[in-house]
Design a protein around this ligand. Sequence first.
Ligand code: HEM
Length: 373
Amino acid sequence: MNYPMKTLTSSIIEDRHSSIYIPYQLLRYFIKKSNSKEETKKPTMFSPKFYSIFTVLIFLLLNPSHAQLTSTFYSNTCPSVSSIVRNVVQQALQNDPRITASLTRLHFHDCFVNGCDASLLLDQGGNITLSEKNAVPNNNSARGFDVVDKIKTSVENSCPSVVSCADILALAAEASVSLSGGPSWNVLLGRRDGLIANQSGANTSIPNPTESLANVTAKFAAVGLNTSDLVALSGAHTFGRGQCRFFNQRLFNFSGTGKPDPTLNSTYLATLQQNCPQNGSGNTLNNLDPSSPNNFDNNYFKNLLKNQGLLQTDQELFSTNGAATISIVNNFASNQTAFFEAFVQSMINMGNISPLIGSQGEIRSDCKKVNGS
Ligand code: HEM
């Protein structure tokens, strides 16, 4: 089921951030100001006033930090890009029920490191000496790169050299969420692809599942995301899998106590101990949301209320004494619509993290490599 979500908020964001909006307001301001002085002469083509207005305008139009993403970016150059992406994801989903979760996670791991610039997708080799793929949070964990390549090939067949890999990740995340029963929304587009990878950035900026709520909150704040974004986006753990090695510190000897994490439901604990025995394989998979493993819904939050969060960082959202996150979890657990609306807004916020725009970066022709390398 699709949840229609062409939100008012997203169109406001688009308008406010449009590359035309700010220069337009400034031009009006300058003209008004110059008209209000005693000499009521309007700036002519040759007056100094005209040149100052003109210079400011050109600066604003050329300075990419003032340009922003829009949902219509490919309207002329690749009008079907969303459905091309969606079709490939849908195809992949037929053989791999986990792929939608994996693709959603790729967009997150891309955006948190050097902004949403597809730096995550670069293979190690040549000038890329230390890839993000090989960073701790991604190595033997991030997956779906083969499907990203299939999407890219399909997009290139229809619109060569136009659509960035960073935008493909954003579109694939939206298609993944909506194909799994979650909300759909208009993805903001116009990102370009980076020329470098940042492995140490990936190691430090992406939260790890054993850190405190305060630390995770700080890592979100570092990229401009607030507590509501943190709770809403954590709701992506409503689908997909987690390997034992990411939470087995909770199962037998939590923080050196010789006992399991007290915030783990005892029945759930027993199941997890069986699936992830001491000295067993750290790679065994577990559903992040045992109640509906492949569906995008609000069961993740209902699980937290029952002490059934899989990762320590999941359960901390509800079990940290006095935390601001608790009331947000309660709200999302009781109101799926509120969760979906907040999730859409927070995905847009996350997708806006430091995009490369204008003439920055490039449009990669192969998502794994910088052009010409
Ligand atoms: C809040 C901090 C977060 C932490 C500590 C965290 C950590 C993790 C870990 C450890 C896994 C399991 C990986 C594995 O076993 O290989 C995982 C999976 C996943 N994460 Fe997160 N995550 C966080 C936030 C997010 C956000 C913001 C999103 C997306 C918006 C997200 C989406 C996912 C998805 C969909 C999966 C399942 C992937 C799959 O099955 O391939 N996570 N996360």
